[in-house]
Design a protein around this ligand. Structure first.
Ligand code: IVH
Length: 684
């Protein structure tokens, strides 16, 4: 039997093969996760494959190609976007407001085509995504460019940002891939992602996005692609641009081809024969609107046959063969009866409008967020005003504008508070923020919100510990901070009204289980400003333990990818606060031991800390850190007795002296590389 030839002697060739395999695997799992919503491996397993690929590409940088999944993370910031001309203009759509407009459209088309009124036309029906239109260019199956619609003729080149969209293939797969495929689609944010981004913005005292569309546009038009990479943008493709090397005869055929090549398309699209079916489609998706995980603002009907489309042609800005059937706006006018002040976890005081209850597309609305005082001043919102409210992707609707013509003169302006409405503490307005914050350390709503955040699903995931129970814990004086949660007993919970042993035991068990949550979740749960889930995970992976993170210097923090000065300073401020350290100490004493995230298989530097000093010639400091992290270790900036190895290049100074004093193992660059290799060999 002939064995396949495997060139074990050529490390580069082996790496090339493994790189190809890893890329294929990662894109496959990406598609399962982001497009089909059916992942078959865990996030940790995905991360392992990803890190292995990063590691190999670092060793062999010439093997990096633009379609590698590692290239999705966003390159260097741009000074400005460059202009990109669309080879075919990106048209807009004629709008229909009523159902009668839809049937008129059908009759008009038949008249133009000379088709008798009773003869049905084939329509392709699609949801109208409320996002940002883009054009993608695939050359020989490779994503080579992407641009925004702009004025329809010229848009902005946003290739790097579009690459960060996980559901979008960087390389098409399947048969008969055309030489050139221009495809148009809509970039959008899920409601969940939109709400998360706005929550973070409000906590950071930044003005929130008004709706998911603005959030998607703002994320796509980021000059720094690393910011875009942190926003989970999605895309559905819906139309052809210039295509060379293959052809289609209908919109339906175009959809099945692009979806076969791996491009994401909306699964709700369908073909209908006759306008009655198209109207049914419109009604059905209008009924589904509230339950979809993203915003749509109508249905788009397109004459399915490309031949008929050509015959009908285009007007100056829109094709004659398509119609946007708009949904009624989710707006209503009501009276703003009062403005209440709500204090959040980070002390941000948010004004909330209390409205005379009004129905907005099937939902009764009685509150609206006013975001911040700048917004109130800008829109000149007063108590007693009639306001237009809109539900736009948010759980709580927003005030669009005041109907000043309805003013009677009785309306009352509300100034920003001088002290915290809940605890009376002093408040500040930080220069670069739009928010006002309460400075009280024991402000009850802040404590309540911080405990709720700590226990929430993506943080410590303490099942059952919701608002109702946290309120009672605070009212009974059983908790003052998150640390007190770990002292609670079944008897404590039994003091609640109508609480049985069974539920009380369940709560205590849930708290107990949370003691061994992953480190990343624990860091996120602490509620450090500017540290969201993703940053917390990065910190956990980079520092490996809470202890190391607590001691991290600004320099060490900012040397980590994705962590800028603001975030680093906020982390330092948090750990420089005695009160915070005390709360952490008490949790650790109570048995909270955040678990390390799973590392790459065979990461033999797990838990080991390295310091690199002096002039390095074999690799850069960044590469060194990456190599250490790939093996589960971490690189820190200063030598202490906890340091395991100091790697010293030429002219190493005080750090080398200190290492010798503390008896820390000192390695040359070559010795470090040798250690890395021997560690690698013992892997399998
Ligand atoms: S077709 C010539 N299909 O709506 C055809 N557009 O008002 C032009 N849109 O700029 C577009 N979902 O941003 C088409 N399924 C869909 C759409 C869609 C959303 C947006 C797109 C376009 C705007 C036109």
């Amino acid at each position: 039997m002939q064995l396949p030839l495997l060139d074990t002697a050529d490390p580069r060739e082996n790496a090339r093969k493994r790189i190809e395999e890893l890329r294929r695997l990662l894109e496959h799992h990406n598609r399962l996760y982001y497009v089909l919503d059916a992942p078959v491996i865990t996030d940790a397993e995905y991360d392992e494959l990803f890190r292995e690929l990063q590691h190999l590409e670092k060793q062999f940088p010439d093997l990096i190609t633009p379609d590698s999944p590692t290239q999705r993370v966003g390159g260097a910031p741009l000074a400005k976007f460059s202009a990109m001309v669309h080879r075919l203009p990106m048209l807009s759509l004629e709008n229909a407001i009523t159902e009668a407009d839809i049937t008129d459209f059908d009759l008009r088309i038949k008249r133009m085509l000379g088709i008798p009124p009773g003869h049905p036309i084939g329509y392709f029906c699609e949801p109208k995504m409320d996002g940002v239109a883009v054009e993608l260019v695939y050359t020989d199956g490779l994503l080579t460019a992407a641009s925004t619609r702009g004025d329809g003729f010229t848009g902005e080149e946003v290739t790097e940002n579009v690459r960060t969209i996980r559901s979008l293939p960087l390389r098409l797969t399947g048969d008969n891939i055309p030489r050139l495929l221009e495809v148009r689609g809509e970039v959008f944010l899920s409601l969940e992602a939109f709400q998360r981004i706005n929550r973070e913005k409000e906590e950071n005292g930044e003005p929130p996005f008004a709706n998911p569309r603005n959030a998607a546009a703002g994320s796509l038009r980021q000059l720094d692609p690393r910011i875009t990479a942190r926003r989970p943008l999605s895309i559905f493709c819906y139309g052809p641009g210039v295509i060379e090397g293959t052809g289609f005869d209908s919109q339906q055929a175009f959809f099945s081809a692009i979806s076969g090549w791996g491009l994401p398309v909306n699964p709700l699209v369908r073909g209908e024969t006759g306008i009655e079916g198209a109207v049914d489609f419109y009604r059905e998706i209008l009924a589904q609107r509230e339950s979809l995980p993203y915003e749509i603002d109508g249905a788009v009907l397109k004459v399915d046959s490309f031949e008929l489309q050509r015959e009908l042609g285009v007007k100056s800005r829109s094709p004659r063969w398509a119609l946007a059937c708009k949904f009624p706006p989710r707006q209503a006018v009501t009276l703003l009866e009062d403005i209440q002040l709500s204090v959040g976890r980070t002390g941000v005081i948010t004004p909330v409008a209390q409205l005379r209850p009004v129905e907005v597309s099937g939902v009764t609305v009685s509150r609206a967020t006013l975001h911040n005082w700048d917004e109130i001043a800008l829109k000149d919102i007063r108590i007693g005003d009639h306001v237009l409210v809109e539900r736009a992707g948010d759980v709580i609707p927003a005030v669009v504008k005041v109907l000043t013509e309805k003013r009677t003169g009785q309306e009352r302006q509300l100034d920003p508070p001088e002290s915290c409405p809940e605890c009376g503490s002093a408040i500040v307005r930080i220069a670069e923020e739009v928010a006002v914050r309460c400075l009280g350390l024991s402000c009850p709503p802040q404590i309540r919100e911080s405990i709720l955040h700590f226990a929430s699903r993506n943080a410590m995931d303490i099942e059952g510990l919701g608002e109702k129970f946290v309120e009672q814990l605070l009212a009974l004086g059983l908790v003052q901070s998150v640390a007190d949660l770990y002292t609670l007993t079944v008897q404590d919970f039994m003091r609640f009204e109508r609480m049985g042993t069974k539920l009380a035991t369940k709560l205590v068990d849930a708290i107990e289980r949370s003691k061994h949550q992953e480190l990343g979740r624990f860091i996120y749960a602490l509620g450090i400003r500017h540290v969201g889930e993703r940053t917390a995970k990065t910190l956990a992976q980079s520092f490996g333990s809470l202890e190391h993170l607590e001691e991290a210097t600004l320099e060490e923090l900012t040397s980590i990818r994705d962590i800028g000065l603001t975030v680093a300073q906020s982390i330092r401020t948090f750990f420089d606060n005695r009160n915070n350290l005390d709360i952490i100490r008490r949790m650790l004493q109570a048995g909270v031991t955040p678990a390390m995230e799973r590392k790459r298989v065979g990461g033999r530097f797990t838990g080991k800390s390295f310091v690199f000093t002096g002039a390095l010639t074999r690799f850069t400091r960044d590469e060194a850190r990456q190599m250490v992290e790939n093996q589960g270790g971490h690189a820190v900036g200063s030598v202490s007795k906890k340091t395991d190895y100091v790697v010293a290049g030429a002219d190493a100074g005080s750090k080398l002296t200190k290492a010798r004093e503390l008896n820390v193992t000192v390695l040359s660059e070559d010795e470090f590389l040798a250690l890395l290799e021997t560690q690698g060999e013992t892997e399998g």
